[in-house]
Each structure stands twice: as C-alpha cells, then as structure tokens.
Design a protein around this ligand. Structure first.
Ligand SMILES: Cc1cc2nc3c(=O)[nH]c(=O)nc-3n(C[C@H](O)[C@H](O)[C@H](O)COP(=O)(O)O)c2cc1C
Ligand SMILES: CCCCCCC(=O)C(=O)O
Length: 358
C-alpha cells in the first residue's frame, strides 16, 4: 500500500468507531482470503517493454453505460454514513470529479436517486451503476430495478456471491448485526411487503438461480453485469445468457474464506470470456501497479472497495478524491514504466511469476 493510502487508513482507523472499523476492514472466518487478495499481486511481476512509450498516455476506458477516465471504478460498499456524515453523497461527488464510475450499493445509507443527483451535480455526464442483490420476492427486485432506472443509473451490477451471508467473526465478536439508530438502507424503504414508510431487510437467498437473473436481464434495457464470478464456467454462462460484463470478485474476502485470491481467478475467467464482454476485477487493489497487473492479465478495469472507505472516513469527499487521484497517478506512472501508451499495451506477455526464472 502506498504511504498515501496507508496514512488515510491510519487516520480512518483512529476516527472510526472500532465496531464500524471492524465491519469495514474485516473478512470471513480466518481472513485468509482478505490477505491473499493483496498478496496475490506481490507474487507477480511486470516485465516492461522499452523505447516504445509516449509522454502523454491515454488511460480512458469504455465500460457498459460509461466512459471512465481511468480503469479504476469504485466498488459497491455498504453504509457510507457510518464512515462519514456525508456518506454516499461525498463518495458520489468525489467519484464524479475523478471522471469514473461509482457502483452504488443497494445497502447504501443514501437513496440511489440522491446518490446519482450528487454525482451529476459535479458532472452532468457522471455514470453511476446500481448494485443489486436479487431478492427472493421478484416484485421487490423489480421495484429496485425501477428505482435504479428512474434515478438515472446507467448499468446494474448483480452480486451473486452471497447465497448466505459470510461468517464475519469480528462482527460476531462485536455484536454488530444491525445499523445504529438514525441509519438505514435507504433503497429498501417503502417496498412491497415492507412496513409503510419503513425499510425491508435485504435478504440473501440460496434458492436464487440463473432464471432469476434472466428475469432481471429481460426486465430492463440497462446493461447488466454479474459480480462475484470466480469459476470460468460461470463466466461462460454469463456470456451465453446475454450479460454485459462480469466482475471477478470474492467480495473482498468477506464471504467464503476458502476461495482463491481474486487476481488468481482472473486469467481463466478472462480466457473463458475471450473478449466477448468486459471483465472487471476487485479485491486487494492497493497500488497503480496492481491495476496494471490486472489489466495485463485480462481485466478491462478494476474496482476498489476499502481504500475508498478509508479516504471517506479520514476526510470525506476530499479523502475519496485523494484515493482516486493517487491510484490514477500511480497507474499512469506504472503504464509509462511498462512502455505503454494506452491500456491495450498492457498484454499478458508482460506478466511473470516473481521468484522463478521465466
Ligand atoms: C464494508 C464493505 C461493504 C461491502 N458492501 C458490498 C455491497 O453492498 N455489495 C457488494 O456487491 N459488495 C460489497 N462489498 C464488496 C466490494 O464490492 C468489493 O468486492 C471488495 O470490497 C473489493 O475488495 P477491496 O476492499 O480489497 O478493494 C463490500 C465490501 C466492504 C469492504
Ligand atoms: C444483510 C445486509 C446486507 C449488507 C450487504 C453489505 C455487504 O455486502 C458486505 O459485504 O458487508
């Protein structure tokens, strides 16, 4: 982690309620995957090309429903008002100012309409995607999709890695199982079957299937991406079923502590997709060189989760700006040192395993 990010992390830890810090920082069970996500980047090295660069590099990338100024988007994370009173509004403004995409969590503490409005107050063309957990009651899912459409979101990201909620032992130890008084998952307010004026719980369901996802695909004209893909066969199914992108992700090590690091799962997923749709990756991205490695292994862009929360907790909108600016500068620097002019120059032949002659 760069000194800039680790400083923000230290400040965030000092400012946050320790129970909320643990919720943000923690992972499932022994937190093996949490650490592996970061260590996986350290096991690989980049093999630069020389004498083929340019002084000004093009970092922009076309994504479903968005053109981003760099291949780094803000991954969906819940409950930003626990990190800072401005919550998701601050994150949305900072992300729009950085010219990239905010994936707004269904478990946001600000309703999606206000999140999009905050982003568009900075840049009228700002792209916000809506992250969705399919709900067992299809009518609730339909309402959430409509809310995202009405808010002006430009894509949906369906998270499918949570048939049940991960065992997060820090949260169990801390007794953190509900939001404090005065905070709510605002997108869940006034939904069918919920209390009038109140919020419904977000439900995880092991009964959901590809057919439920097909129904969402058929119900909207928005691009639909699938998040939580690790098995190449699931990536192939996503292509076959007309999805618009996949996100290789183990939920930041928060769901199942027996899965591979996200980066280690990427090459086979990218091979299975074979360029048919964009492949995003999140989990453990902490440096611009991590972004370059992921792109060289087949990612179209990466998502960052916790670093954004540390920036938000440390310094609100400014802190999130700092995180995104830092990653952009570092990535641009890494691209220059690889002899790259644009993202297409980050190819598989640049990646070697550290510690073994190649
Ligand atoms: C505090 C926290 C809350 C999260 N909430 C969500 C969520 O609401 N929906 C979702 O799909 N993923 C959620 N995630 C997972 C992130 O989208 C992403 O996969 C993960 O944070 C990436 O790893 P990183 O934190 O190492 O960058 C959450 C992650 C964290 C740390
Ligand atoms: C049942 C509450 C759902 C909140 C989801 C947030 C999340 O995905 C996380 O990793 O935490």
């Amino acid at each position: 982690m760069s000194p800039g990010l680790s400083d923000l992390h230290d400040r965030a830890r000092a400012l946050l309620d320790p129970v909320h810090y643990d919720y943000f920082a923690g992972g499932a069970a022994d937190e093996v995957v949490l650490g592996e996500n970061e260590r996986a980047f350290g096991r690989l090295a980049l093999l630069p090309r020389i004498l083929r660069g340019t002084p000004v590099r093009d970092l922009a990338v076309a994504l479903p429903g968005a053109r981003a100024s760099m291949p780094v988007v803000v991954a969906p994370t819940a409950f930003h008002r626990l990190a800072h009173p401005d919550g998701e509004l601050a994150t949305a403004r900072a992300t729009a100012a950085a010219g990239t995409v905010l994936v707004s969590s269904m478990a946001s503490t600000v309703a999606v309409g206000a999140v999009v409005a905050a982003a568009r107050s900075v840049d009228p063309a700002a792209a916000v995607w809506f992250q969705l957990y399919l709900q067992p009651d299809p009518e609730v899912t339909r309402c959430l999709v409509r809310r995202a459409e009405d808010a002006g979101c430009t894509a949906l990201v369906v998270t499918a890695d949570s048939p049940v909620f991960g065992r997060r032992e820090r949260d169990v130890r801390n007794g953190f199982d509900d939001l404090p008084e005065g905070f709510a998952a605002e997108n869940m307010r006034d939904l069918p079957g919920g209390p009038p004026g109140g919020t419904r719980d977000i439900e995880m369901s092991a009964a959901l299937s590809w057919e439920d996802l097909d129904r969402v695909r058929a119900s909207t004209a928005l691009p639909v991406l699938l998040k939580g893909v690790l098995h190449p066969e699931d990536a192939r199914l996503a292509v076959d079923r007309g999805l618009d992108g996949v996100v290789v992700s183990n939920h930041g090590g928060r769901q199942f502590d027996a899965v591979p690091a996200a980066l280690d799962a990427l090459p086979r997923v990218a091979a299975a997709v074979d360029g048919a749709i964009p492949v995003l990756l999140d989990g453990g991205v902490r440096r611009g060189s991590d972004v370059a490695l992921a792109l060289a292994l087949g990612a179209t862009a990466v998502g960052v989760g916790r670093p954004v929360l540390w920036g938000l907790a440390a310094d609100g909108e400014q802190g999130v700006r700092q995180v995104l600016d830092l990653l952009r500068d570092e990535f641009d620097h890494a691209l220059a040192l690889c002899g790259g002019r644009d993202l297409a120059d980050l190819t598989r032949d640049l990646v070697v395993t550290r510690g073994t002659p190649w």
